[in-house]
Design a protein around this ligand. Sequence first.
Ligand code: AMP
Length: 298
Amino acid sequence: MGQKTMQIADTVEGLRAARAGLKGRVGLVPTMGALHAGHLSLVEQARADCDAVMVSIFINPAQFGPNEDLNRYPRDLPGDLAALEKAGVDVVFTPTPDLMYPPGYQTWVDVTDVARGLEGERRPGHFRGVATVVAKLFNLFQPQAAYFGQKDAQQAAVLKRLVCDLNFPLEMVICPTLREADGLAMSSRNAYLNPEQRRAAGVLYRALSAAGEFYAAGQRDPNRLRATMLDVLRAEPLAEPEYVSAADARSLRELDEPSDEPVLISMAVRIGTTRLIDNLLLPLTLNNRADLTAVLGG
Ligand code: AMP
């Protein structure tokens, strides 16, 4: 098989020209770079489903709060491009913030209910930034399918709502979270952790798994599920839980009462200055691409 070269676009015109050269079903994988195996699993899925694959690398300032880690967010463009080329990606878009938000920019996309709790509550404006940049990327790339990770479950739910409400003619695909050997969800932010913190970070998955097992044994009380996660987290001195949640997986509303509908258990935990998030869908059998895509965000 002949090796095709990957095109790199850093202007709107360049991207549109590269897009025009692609035939058939085109898949898009939006990222903020510092790519790891989790990102590459989305690319692989897109390759399996589509005739061509496009990736964006853009650290979107609009989705970071004033006291968040925008300035120190990990960057590795040469490494990312090498990994994407090897993965068989057709087009990579690497815009600057000024290209996406030129002077005078004033159009924003606000998804309401599903963006309100969980991360939306703790990171005001975050999903407005995410929805806006992804709407722009959809308009620029005109993909037939777009790939997102379960790792950012609320983001996936918000973007499903966006696609439905704004009539984007594309299929959303939500892929399961890739994990390290101890269960830690792969994340660009894991690079912030020192060895001691990295060891402690395994506690997120242990807490989620404990609640998952409790659920599998028949426990449906959301208060008990949340308490189980907190108990495990509190046993790790380096972990500071910001929230734990047991929410309806379709609406993402926090549960007060036992429910037989799918439940999203999730958490944000600080380890030192690093904020980590993770989640599982319950029952545990739903943590696969087809069920995640169907259930998360309704
Ligand atoms: P980010 O670069 O963090 O914005 O992530 C880009 C995409 O990769 C998002 O759709 C994430 O949900 C997804 N992603 C991040 N980490 C993982 C992971 N560990 N497994 C699968 N997908 C992931």
